[in-house]
Design a protein around this ligand. Structure first.
Ligand code: ZN
Length: 300
């Protein structure tokens, strides 16, 4: 596989688990959705799974403004990567791999959240040793090279991480967290902006900076695990990889836990929950059209 060279040791000052992403992207467009319709015809609707229900608290924070703020943060991250020659170009083998996997997952997104139909999905790969990945509100996905390399992820494992991160975005967990922490403040400032009193730029900046420090609740994580497994399975990736992934995460923990792990505690409970979900999700995987193209991890 051709590997375009990038700096894989960039120092991108990201707080742990930002759940947002960056980049120029090749992934948006109707192309994605056409493929999805075909792939998903026989499977049960995602909307039928309870994890697709979103909190009403989220409505306190305007989704379009949050998505705009996320897009801004994503651009900044990509810009930082460009400055350090650490943004993977379109012909980078691992980036192509991520985009192929995303193209199989993303078409199912609107079944869970109608807004996702309008999102300008982007998938980028950042040359950094961080073990991290995220999907920001609005469908901005980023993977850090470290998560692919250190964990030597196979395609099924990558799909489970991507499914999990996309699930957070579809379930609007960031919007819900923000509504619960600073809902009133945002509402007031949002109201002022609507009345033409200014402050819209401030609002976006405030939301953007919150995206950087957001941590999700244990129940958010559990919901994202559940939906992520279904998304990955519908896309034709084996959900058992979810269990393997958490075992790998646990094994690389130790004295310097990876960024992703710091906001995604592994451990027996999580793995047991995943095991319990397998009987429900394996039939979905068995029925799904499987990917014809398979990729390997970066050379360790
Ligand atoms: Zn998560």
């Amino acid at each position: 596989m051709k590997q375009a060279m990038i700096n894989t040791d960039a120092d991108i000052p990201l707080p742990p688990l930002a759940h947002r992403s960056s980049c120029r992207c090749a992934l948006h467009g109707r192309r994605l959705f056409t493929g999805a319709l075909l792939a998903g015809a026989a499977a049960p609707a995602l909307a039928q799974i309870p994890e697709c229900k979103r909190s009403t608290a989220a409505s306190l924070v305007p989704a379009d403004q949050l998505e705009q703020a996320a897009a801004q943060q994503y651009r900044q991250l990509l810009q930082q990567a460009v400055e350090q020659r650490a943004l993977a170009p379109a012909d980078n083998g691992q980036l192509r791999r991520l985009r192929v996997i995303a193209q199989r997952i993303v078409p199912f997104a609107p079944e869970c959240n109608e807004r996702a139909r309008q999102w300008k999905w982007e998938v980028n790969l950042i040359g950094s040793k961080q073990v991290n990945a995220f999907c920001m509100p609005g469908g901005k996905i980023a993977f850090f090279y470290g998560i692919l390399q250190k964990l030597q992820l196979d395609d099924d494992e990558v799909a489970m991480i991507m499914g999990h991160e996309v699930a957070h975005a579809l379930l609007e967990h960031a919007r819900e967290r923000m509504a619960k922490s600073t809902g009133t403040n945002l509402l007031l400032r949002g109201g002022a902006a609507l009345l033409g009193l200014g402050g819209l730029g401030d609002l976006a900046a405030q939301m953007g900076s919150q995206l950087l420090t957001l941590t999700f609740s244990r129940s958010d994580e559990s919901e994202a695990d559940a939906l992520g497994l279904v998304l990955g399975a519908r896309a034709g990736y084996n959900p058992r990889a979810g269990i393997r992934l958490w075992q790998k995460m646990g094994a690389v923990g130790g004295s310097a836990p990876p960024e992703w792990l710091s906001t995604h505690p592994s451990g027996e409970t999580r793995i047991r929950e995943m095991e319990e979900r397998m009987p429900g999700v394996m039939p979905v995987y068995e029925e799904a059209a499987k990917p014809r193209q398979r990729f390997g991890p970066p050379k360790g």
